[in-house]
Design a protein around this ligand. Structure first.
Ligand SMILES: [Zn+2]
Length: 339
């Protein structure tokens, strides 16, 4: 099988954005606004229409079988409003993901966003993760390492603040993709600098703290090819040796997707990072939607690069399938049950 571990529902029917706009307007009028979850009126046909011409079409054209599918990352917007804002919004977003997966059970597998909020505890995030995995069959979650949206004033990922979430993930045996949302700090471009900076930051927080050794089953996917990590592998390894940080130990916990949009980048990734730590991903439909005028192919058609990366059949199968089943055991169990 060819499993894409990084897809987002970026093509939501208009009613979803309208619900969110009204919610955002309400918290702009009153920052303490609680509101109600209410309903978002979207039909099954509208959901079909929203993915048929986009994620599903591209999946078929590019020859992938299944996409691990999560809410639109830049819309998570954890910095907007208060904890109720995030809670209602996350529940709706996750329920929409469940509906996509119910309509196309062999094409999509669900991953949830969490109702994080700056300054709030993680009780709501833990409860939503338990609901999504326990009651709705989700196989993983996205965790925003910076719910402030580009200001990084919250506690780092090794802080005990986060531990209830790591404990719950271990208990449920689900991984997290460490994935920021849009930035409201205009120093950063959301998908250009904030995303890649956050990927590198998550890696460094894991490396310098060594905290993951306290959570033997904790697994993170560092998206967007690991930010600067593969390119600067020697820098990080050298710093680790100077400082006594356990660089090799991270291999049990950190995995890198292949959302790198040119051949030399993919070649470097598979050359530098151990194959068992690489998961196929394309992040479509995402940050880069165009066609490279030189190659004539979509930049985010990462399968093309992997197929040309000089991998053995065994290594390619690990990246496309085996590693992903290992990191997402609940997905592996669902696939085995369906086989
Ligand atoms: Zn993403």
């Amino acid at each position: 099988m060819i499993i894409d571990c990084h897809g987002h529902y970026t093509t939501l029917p208009p009613a979803v954005g309208e619900w969110r706009d009204a919610q955002v307007a309400a918290v702009e009028r009153d920052p303490d606004h609680v509101g109600e979850k209410g309903t978002i009126d979207v039909s099954d046909d509208q959901i079909r229409e929203s993915v048929e011409g986009a994620q599903l079409k591209l999946q078929r054209e590019r020859g992938a079988d299944l996409t691990i599918f999560s809410p639109r990352a830049s819309w998570m917007g954890h910095h907007i409003g208060n904890e109720h804002t995030s809670q209602h919004w996350s529940q709706h977003q996750n329920e929409l993901i469940r509906r996509v997966c119910d309509l196309y059970p062999s094409n999509f597998a669900p991953v949830c966003q969490l109702p994080q909020s700056p300054g709030a505890g993680l009780d709501a995030a833990v409860a939503e993760l338990e609901r999504c995995v326990g009651e709705m069959g989700f196989v993983g979650c996205n965790v925003n390492p910076d719910p402030t949206g580009g200001f990084w004033t919250g506690p780092p990922l090794w802080d005990r603040y986060w531990w209830p979430l790591w404990e719950t993930m271990c208990a449920l045996d689900v991984p997290a993709m460490i994935h920021v949302s849009a930035t409201c700090n205009e120093n950063f471009h959301t998908t250009g600098s904030h995303y890649l900076g956050a990927d590198t930051t998550a890696f460094m927080q894991a490396l310098t703290s060594g905290f993951m050794s306290d959570f033997p089953g904790l697994r993170w996917i560092i998206p967007h090819g690991g930010g600067a990590v593969p390119y600067h592998w020697g820098r990080f390894k050298g710093m680790a040796e100077d400082n006594g940080w356990d660089f090799a130990g991270l291999g049990d916990h950190l995995f890198y997707d292949t959302c790198v949009y040119h051949q030399p980048g993919i070649d470097l990734l598979v050359d530098v990072v151990p194959v068992e730590n690489i998961l196929f991903g394309s992040e479509m439909v995402g940050a880069v939607r165009g066609i490279d005028p030189v190659s004539g192919h979509h930049y985010d058609d990462t399968k093309r690069y992997l197929d040309r990366a000089g991998l053995t059949d065994e290594d390619r199968a690990a990246i496309y399938d085996g590693n992903i089943r290992r990191v997402y055991p609940r997905l592996a169990a669902q696939l085995e049950a369906d086989a």
